[in-house]
Ligand binder design. Structure first.
Ligand SMILES: Cc1ncc(COP(=O)(O)O)c(C=O)c1O
Length: 288
């Protein structure tokens, strides 16, 4: 644990020092990746779009037959953030099916494991938002119907991140078996093409909550948005492009490996969406 890692976590409803938080060696999250997670962002100590994150988690848990705890999520998260002296931060909810008899088939009724962790935002995010980033394409993806859920088995994203780091780029973009771009390892992707905004459809990819907000903001701003498969050459030849996620918000893409997108600078259309997103965050927090 680094010196910066906050001290406290909430495990199964108890706030305790991270070093004292223990999970069974038979936890199915550990043994089979049998669980889900959500990553969200807190601003001024308040979780943003928490209800939507909890709804996504609950919908996936229901589909997979994982018990879903009734819980005052907002209260838990705000207490934990305070306890860890965090203001602007990441928050992660991890939900596993719980400990059970070893073997892939869940037997009987497990009590789910619920873990909430928090931490300081990556300092690379703010400069990435200002200056834009380069991405790398990788020839694999999170796939099938599970790709639409934030399941624990996150190896495609782990490997994608390793490859992106090796290429000195910010993010890896998955390319599926049909040769289309799907999403980033922890983000969704958008492209500007002749004034129109294009993003891959939610078909085997995570229906990002930031993606949804951006589509809504763009539509309200009179920008035509198309959800359709995107080919890698379209990204390379696009006018502007960007990544979205709860943690990085909107990060402009200015190149694919060594090749620039457009003029290689952050474009005005993406800047405008960043401003609109900032307004949505302010409004969302103000409502509480
Ligand atoms: C694979 C993947 N796609 C997209 C996203 C963006 O989702 P959201 O905007 O809900 O944070 C994430 C977020 O971590 C992700 O892991």
């Amino acid at each position: 644990m680094s010196a910066q890692t906050p001290q406290f976590v909430e495990l199964d409803g108890r706030v305790l020092p991270a070093a004292r938080a223990t999970i069974s060696v038979f936890d199915r999250g550990l043994l089979y990746g049998d669980g889900l997670f959500e990553t969200l962002r807190a601003y001024h100590g308040k979780p943003f779009t928490l209800d939507e994150h909890v709804a996504r988690l609950q919908a996936s848990a229901r589909l997979l037959g994982i018990g879903f705890p009734r819980k005052a999520w907002r209260r838990s998260i705000e207490i934990l953030l305070k306890r860890n002296h965090l203001d602007d931060a990441w928050v992660r909810i991890t939900l596993t099916r719980g400990a059970g008899r070893p073997g892939p088939l869940p037997v009987g009724r497990q009590r789910p494991t619920v873990l909430i962790t928090t931490g300081r935002l990556d300092p690379a995010i703010a400069p990435a938002q200002r200056r834009g980033v380069r991405v790398t394409l990788v020839a694999f993806s999170r796939s099938g119907f599970l790709g639409e859920h934030k399941v624990l088995g996150f190896l495609p994203s782990v490997l994608g991140k390793v490859i992106a780091k090796r290429h000195h780029t910010f993010e890896a973009i998955f390319v599926n078996g049909e040769g289309y771009l799907t999403e980033g390892t922890t983000s969704n992707i958008f492209l500007w093409q002749r004034g129109r905004l294009i993003t891959p459809p939610v078909d085997g990819i995570l229906p990002g909550l930031t993606r949804r907000l951006v589509i809504r903001a763009a539509a309200a701003d009179g920008i035509p948005v198309a959800e359709r498969p995107l080919a890698p050459h379209e990204l390379r030849e696009g006018d502007e492009a960007f990544l979205t996620s709860s943690l990085v918000e909107i990060v402009p893409i200015v190149g694919v490996d060594a090749q620039a997108i457009g003029d290689g600078e952050v474009g005005p259309r993406t800047r405008r969406l960043q401003d609109l997103y900032r307004q949505m965050v302010d409004q969302g927090l103000g409502r509480r």
